[in-house]
Ligand binder design. Structure first.
Ligand SMILES: Cc1cc2nc3c(=O)[nH]c(=O)nc-3n(C[C@H](O)[C@H](O)[C@H](O)COP(=O)(O)OP(=O)(O)OC[C@H]3O[C@@H](n4cnc5c(N)ncnc54)[C@H](O)[C@@H]3O)c2cc1C
Length: 414
């Protein structure tokens, strides 16, 4: 595995960058594996990494129909935070944030984690009360979160319009929240998983399952059958498609979630801002672009484009929040498919088919969960027992009605 030390960076720069080894291998699929993971997004790759490095299962393949990171993991707005309402979610997402804090060192890859703070704004007293309740719950969950006054907000973000059409009457901040670089996270897990012996097989679609007497025996792919003792579905926006192929249903709705960014400008936005009432969030990337996101498009679709109404709403809200951004030109807009569960909490663990596991229902927030999702799914697969942090996230909660309603935390995607 390449070592990205200062010494190797200088040595390779001096030799014209011709001596770098490929960051991960691209082998042909073998006939059989202990574990097959479907989908080389962050969740699938992190699960493979932790299986091989923490739970002693390295005979693993990750099968990807396109290219690794080509799904939501390479299309998201990179927000990492753990300010969730319910104890189960807070414990899980804070485990993730803590892993993010160690990830650069753990994977020897600069994931560009920038804990600049995530600031949620209220434009009405009703919303302020909601944010207060949210903050109290987060603090009771042992996660950092504090209310901030309009005066403090104005000091924190000088460009923000606090007295405009949507006056800012307060807000709350999680100072450990922020952003990191999504491609780096995916590439870092791919590189480390490959070095630990995991086969990452791209351009290979899983087209069906080999199921015998209620137990999975392997998968059918566009390059032939592969047998496996255990299989894990990590396909985000296509979870229900995979579940249908395996003969069961999951209660998710697949929609386009879009994002957009402006031309780059000098550093001017210090925090990651979100306005649940205006349905928008924005932040500045390390390259200077203003990255803008909002709610999912309001119709079911697998098209990774996104429609004009949400694009328009996001830009109109941005112009109200930071009027000087009206002068910026929009450079790019894109979308990814997200699978939203009824309580907007992920669905992780067993499926009705023995030996077949799933990690899905990530909705608009599975990027921040990549390290914890990988760790807990790997534990679950290796031990055939749900990791304590995801015991409540199983598919069976929809039968028992034990929902973990995080609708407010993901009312505006990020
Ligand atoms: C615009 C946008 C903004 C977002 N912003 C944030 C954010 O700020 N913070 C946050 O936490 N989350 C955010 N998200 C959500 C986040 O991106 C996803 O929840 C997360 O990336 C899911 O990761 P994953 O590995 O499960 O899925 P993905 O990264 O989508 O990977 C799934 C992979 O499965 C592959 N696949 C599908 N079907 C098959 C098949 N039949 N055979 C083989 N492979 C298959 C796909 O090609 C894909 O590469 C955002 C999403 C979008 C679209």
């Amino acid at each position: 595995m390449n070592n990205y030390s200062l010494f190797s960076l200088v040595r390779n720069a001096l030799s014209g960058h011709r001596r770098w080894k490929p960051a991960w291998a691209s082998p042909d699929p073998r006939k059989t594996y202990d574990v097959v993971i479907i989908g080389a997004g962050g969740q699938g790759l992190a699960t493979a990494y932790f299986l091989a490095n923490r739970y002693g299962v390295s005979n693993v393949a990750v099968i990807e129909k396109g290219w690794l990171g080509g799904g939501g993991s390479g299309r998201n707005t990179q927000v990492t935070r753990s300010n969730y309402f319910w104890p189960e979610s807070a414990a899980f997402f804070d485990h993730s944030l803590k892993l993010y804090e160690q990830l650069g060192r753990m994977l020897n890859f600069n994931i560009m984690l920038s804990q600049r703070g995530v600031l949620n704004l209220a434009h009405s007293h009703h919303m302020l009360e909601q944010l207060r309740r949210w903050t109290n719950a987060i603090q009771l969950n042992g996660v950092d979160s504090e209310m901030v006054t309009p005066e403090e907000i104005a000091r924190l973000e000088p460009l923000l319009e606090v007295n405009g059409r949507y006056p800012v009457v307060g807000g709350f901040i999680q100072r450990r929240g922020g952003i990191s670089r999504h491609d780096a996270v995916v590439w870092a897990f791919a590189r480390a998983a490959s070095a630990a012996g995991v086969d990452i097989i791209q351009q290979t679609e899983v087209t069906g399952f080999d199921i015998d007497a209620g137990r999975v025996r392997g998968v059918e792919t566009s390059r032939g059958g592969i047998t496996a003792g255990k299989v894990c579905i990590c396909v985000a926006g296509h979870t229900s498609v995979m579940a249908n192929l395996a003969g069961f249903e999951v209660p998710v709705t697949s929609m386009a979630l879009q994002a957009m960014l402006t031309e780059p400008v000098k550093p001017c936005l210090r925090r990651q801002l979100a306005s649940p009432e205006l349905g928008v969030y924005l932040g500045q990337s390390d390259r200077g672009e203003i990255i803008i996101g909002g709610s999912a498009d309001r119709y079911v679709s697998y098209a990774q484009r996104g429609g004009l109404p949400i694009l328009h709403d996001n830009l109109a809200a941005t112009a109200e929040l930071v009027p000087s951004f009206r002068r910026l030109r929009l450079m790019r807009q894109w979308a990814g498919t997200v699978d939203i569960s009824p309580d907007t909490t992920p669905i992780m663990g067993y499926t009705p088919v023995q030996g077949l596991y799933m990690s899905g229902g990530w909705g608009t927030g599975g990027y921040k969960a990549i390290p914890a999702g990988g760790d807990t799914m790997a534990y679950t697969i290796a031990n055939d027992t749900p990791h304590p942090l995801i015991e409540k996230f199983g598919l069976e909660r929809f039968e028992g009605g034990h929902l973990i309603d995080e609708g407010a935390a993901s009312g505006v995607g990020h």
